[in-house]
Design a protein around this ligand. Sequence first.
Ligand code: NDP
Length: 477
Amino acid sequence: TSAQIGVTGLAVMGSNLARNFARNGYTVAVHNRSAAKTHALIKEHGHEGDFIAAETAKDFVQALERPRRLVVMVKAGGPTDAVIEEFAPLLEPGDMIIDGGNAHFADTRRREAALREQGIHFVGAGISGGEEGALNGPSIMPGGPVESYDSLGPMLEKISAKAADGAPCVTHVGPDGAGHFVKMVHNGIEYADMQLIGEAYQLLRDVAGYTPAQIAEIFRTWNTGRLDSYLIEITAEVLAHVDEATGKPFVDVVVDQAEQKGTGRWTVQIALDLGVPVSGIAEAVFARSLSGHAALRDASRSLAGPKATPLSAAEAGAFADRVEQALYASKIVSYTQGFHEIDAARDEYDWNIDLGKVASIWRGGCIIRAAFLDRIRAAYDARPDLPSLLSDETFAQEIAAAQDDWREVLVAATRQGVPTPGFAAALAYYDALRAERLPAALTQGQRDFFGAHTYRRVDREGSFHTLWGQGRGEVEA
Ligand code: NDP
């Protein structure tokens, strides 16, 4: 017998993905650089389905039916190149290498172009859902040649998460690096969601005076409404958790320095290159880096803050409702920014990405899965050329209804000295888009003054320059 799919790289993600394929009835060839992981997988989970254990790369490739489908789940970066170098010479035209790691989309573009010369289909596939998702159904974002999806797609659809309406959370996202790009933006949005939730928690604690256990209850309630999502759900779990050793709330015994692996940072770096304002996502990345500057924070502890008067118990409940509004409105802005980045990449790289489909496959399996995504899908399905999510009437109306509370929450945060960079960046973005006139006109004047960079006029076509040092007459540039 031969295997319909092979997985190499059997750490937590790879072994769970291999088990997911096997549990869905596929024969799975499994391989790892060091054979110990392969044997452990067979020993512990061999009974779950049909596995073929391969010790060498050659055995692994020979175990696969043609065209071969070979999933690589190794550490992203150099290890992925090493594995490709090892396997590519053993493959034949039409075979597929599927990279399920968190690769940078530029690496995926490079690898796809190189392997295409050999007739090998390289599919960079973003996979989200962590280890639990890999086993029970992740959201999968494959890129690469569209032909590869003919035979690979049905298998991925089988092992993927399913949205509430039963639709599989996988689609052919677009050519070459499109899948990894979309996975990257998913993670950027995830950072923003987490930051906004963090700010909501801090406000409920420091301004409203709630305990972590009470805040867990508030999040549980929010999770039954429009904020219904995996991240809100686990936030309630984490906040309700009590440390066994000390009896204190778990959040109070964890060092408050957030770490990151890099995909959020990439989202911002690439947005800068593409000229897309993703201010909310950027603030989330910066908030994590700020938290990690322990020495700077120690040195700054004695800086003066405002005289804070916490709310009375009677006022706290109404404030919590306002925070829900602020969180929801800010969340709409983060998603608006993330989808704008995908939209810009679609133009830059000539990717035919369907934004409604992207929202659709994020409805299940992945970390940002949320009821809300169904509404984004509906917005893009109704108008595929929607210039921005904020141009969607429903979202615009929701923000209109939330904005008074959103502003009040920021006033309270400012008055009491609680940092809310995510909420504030989101509101500034919203107000900037709304503005009749921006101070960018003044910026253009300054640029023309010191650097003769020219400006355009509101009343005439063309580029102009004012002779600032010589009588201030205007000339056409
Ligand atoms: P790791 O990222 O920890 O990678 C470990 C695996 O990589 C092992 O199988 C290891 O083999 C192999 N490996 C490392 N270097 C080489 C090399 N030079 N040649 C061959 N194999 C090598 O494992 P994870 O399961 O956490 O993640 C796998 C991929 O999935 C990563 O790209 C990760 O970014 C991505 N991912 C992870 C998620 C998660 O929640 N963990 C979620 C989504 C994606 P050996 O046993 O021989 O050392």
